[in-house]
Design a protein around this ligand. Structure first.
Ligand code: SAM
Length: 228
């Protein structure tokens, strides 16, 4: 939440600019990233994102990789640092996030990061890896639509890694993914976070990606739904 009634996943955050920086210090890299108000976790590397980045295996070294919901870019830039020959697509609905991620990639000299609005990714691109700290707070229907849209763009041998807080519904998300035909396992569990590994489902990449972006205006969370 950025201000009363505002969400970090708004397309055009109204919050007044409050530029800052976040140092992303991982065993293999150090990035100083520009942040701002109106984007996710502008004051520090989100602890869930840290768990993801400290537990995922190295990404494929070529092809197209995706950071779904890039924010100011810690996941996309880490992927690009670990796979400098690959093209990293960094997508978000929040325009301020996309601009920050773009600027941060340029500053870091990571020229194979392509930051853009989710609806601007060419329809024929397929991803051999997706890493994401997905926006659980957009509500379960929107979350499921978002994941279906992008997981079906994995290459047949592609893999997604998702970090989800346990109390925001990691177990029910894992169940739902399995029910939809994505073989899903838990590869890490640290403090309140779970990292899920999701394999492409048969026929996924062949299907039409379709759809544009609509987040649940009611703003229900997966956890809210879980409580029902
Ligand atoms: C939990 S934040 C993670 C941000 C960043 N990856 C990080 O780790 O700091 C989730 C991001 O997903 C974005 N988002 C919300 N709805 C989305 C959608 N339908 N498609 C893509 N991204 C979305 C939000 O704007 C937000 O930046």
């Amino acid at each position: 939440m950025t201000s009363k009634g505002a969400h970090y996943f708004e397309e055009r955050p109204g919050a007044a600019a409050r530029p800052g920086t976040v140092d992303v210090v991982l065993p293999d890299l150090h990035l100083r990233l520009a942040t701002d108000s109106g984007v996710f976790s502008p004051g520090r590397l989100d602890p869930g994102t840290r768990v993801l980045l400290e537990t995922v295996p190295p990404p494929p070294q070529e092809g197209d990789l995706l950071d779904l919901g890039c924010g100011y870019g810690p996941i996309a830039l880490t992927m690009a640092s670990r796979a400098p020959e690959a093209t990293v697509w960094a997508v978000d609905v929040n325009r301020r996030s996309v601009e920050l991620c773009e600027r941060n990639a340029r500053t870091a000299g990571l020229y194979k990061v392509r930051s853009m609005h989710v609806d601007d990714v060419p329809a024929d691109v397929r991803f051999s890896a997706i890493w994401s700290n997905p926006a659980i707070r957009i509500g379960k229907p929107a979350l499921h639509a978002m994941l279906t849209r992008w997981l079906d763009r994995l290459t047949p041998d592609g893999t997604a890694y998702l970090v989800v807080q346990k109390h925001l519904g990691s177990d029910s998300l894992q169940r739902w993914l399995g029910e939809q035909g994505w073989e899903t396992g838990r590869v890490a569990s640290r403090s309140a976070y779970r990292v899920l590994r999701v394999a492409a489902r048969p026929g996924g990449a062949a299907g039409s990606p379709g759809g544009t972006t609509t987040n649940d205006p009611a703003g229900r969370t997966a956890a809210d739904d879980e409580e029902r």
